[in-house]
Design a protein around this ligand. Structure first.
Ligand SMILES: *Cc1c(COP(=O)(O)O)cnc(C)c1O
Length: 394
């Protein structure tokens, strides 16, 4: 660990994870897992209660109408639980897709046998309010709209308030996958209307992986009874059981929950959503400026860049090879993330986790060293990448 690191970050020899989760967690978060908990015991019930209260509080103004239902499994389990529990069996969903997670939501609906249509904007173009309004006006059978807040596959921050306005104006219900944004980007019921949203333990709250959680209107939770075709992923049943007993229905990931509550306390100390978001914004700004100074270009124009994860084009220079770049960055202590664009080569660098702007400066310095080592003279992307990018007007 470098002496100027104000964040504990990883231990000696462990690389920083510049990934969208699992990510680099604080030592205190890992340490919180060194104790065993009885799932039925009062101590663990208190931990679950504290977690639920803190999470609902992160919604900010208007949170009183909402409740929190944690769900075992990775984030996708929670998405599946939300879709299967809030969309009635005779409902119909419009899925707004601009990347892998939107497409996964559509795939989930196909498995669940829920009628749905997909607005597929390709690799990264954002779904806009006007087109959502138009689709809803043309199809009165649509009852629910499923939107991804930050589409982690490109790092785009989708215009969720614009989408919410269109859905609310059409009298439909919005369900949000805010997996990679919640806790760092505001999602306030006072500013947008949604029945439910999901996130998970190992994203912006900086816990370790093992469960997700649904934040939903209490009225929607009560109305969701009988919708789910899955026993273990029934959000209503988990909620009803938790309200009655204070316990999870089936074995909870006790150590992960203990680590997560520690992470929530640290999140509050950092200044909640605003404080966490501000650190990630600084991480992003230092990273993007530094990489641009090296000649790299981002897929997205500034207005669409999330403070979560950034997609950079691979340089056109034939001396550049991503696996070599990846290994050399890892040797310097930084684990990057491959890109997900279908048209041009790219890679991603995450801004979330126990990292700050000092770490980001070191990431940029390391990238510069590695380019020189590889003999890359220009980090400029190929023309095809720039042509692709021009599809998205800033
Ligand atoms: C991480 C993530 C998920 C869930 O992925 P899991 O691998 O199942 O945890 C879902 N949606 C988005 C936008 C994500 O970033």
């Amino acid at each position: 660990m470098a002496p100027h690191d104000p964040l504990p970050g990883p231990r000696l020899g462990e690389p920083y994870l510049l990934t969208p989760g699992p990510l680099t967690t604080a030592y205190e978060v890992k340490q919180a897992m060194l104790r065993d908990w009885g799932s039925w015991d009062d101590d663990f019930r208190a931990l679950t209660a504290e977690m639920r209260t803190r999470l609902v509080g992160l919604l900010g103004a208007g949170h009183e109408a909402y409740d929190c239902v944690p769900m075992q499994g990775s984030g996708s389990f929670a998405v599946e639980a939300m879709l299967g529990s809030f969309i009635p069996r005779d409902g119909k969903a419009l899925v707004l897709a601009n990347g892998a997670y939107g497409l996964r939501a559509a795939e989930t609906l196909r498995y669940l046998g829920r009628d749905h249509v997909v607005l597929d904007k390709g690799d990264y173009l954002p779904p806009r309010g006007a087109e959502v309004a138009q689709i809803l006006a043309g199809d009165p059978a649509i009852t629910h709209v499923v939107a991804v807040h930050c589409e982690t596959s490109s790092g785009i921050l989708n215009p969720i308030e614009e989408i919410s306005d269109a859905v609310a104006a059409a009298g439909r219900v919005l369900l949000i996958d805010s997996m990679s944004a919640f806790g760092a980007v505001p999602l306030e019921p006072a500013r947008l209307q949604f029945d439910a949203m999901v996130s998970s333990a190992n994203k912006c709250i900086e816990g370790v992986p093992g469960f997700g959680f649904v934040l939903a209107k209490k009225t929607a939770l009560a109305a969701a009874r009988g919708n789910s075709a899955s026993l273990s992923l029934d959000v209503h049943a988990q909620w009803a059981h938790m309200e009655k007993t204070g316990q999870w229905r089936f074995t909870p990931p006790t150590h992960v929950v203990a680590a997560f509550v520690e992470a929530l306390r640290a999140h509050a100390e950092e200044g909640g959503v605003a404080g966490r978001g501000a650190r990630y914004v600084r991480n992003r700004d230092v990273l993007v400026q530094g990489m641009r100074d090296l000649g790299f270009e981002t897929l997205l124009a500034d207005r669409w860049l999330s403070p979560i994860i950034i997609t950079f084009f691979c340089p056109a220079d034939p001396a550049f090879d991503f696996p070599t770049f990846y290994d050399a960055m890892k040797a310097r202590g930084f684990v990057l993330y491959p890109g997900k664009l279908t048209v041009v080569d790219s890679f991603r660098i995450g801004c979330i986790g126990q990292l700050d702007e000092h770490v980001m400066r070191r990431v940029v310095a390391a990238a510069g060293e590695v380019l020189a080592e590889m003999g890359v003279t220009s980090a400029a992307p190929p023309q095809a990448a720039l042509d692709e990018r021009s599809k998205l007007a800033s």
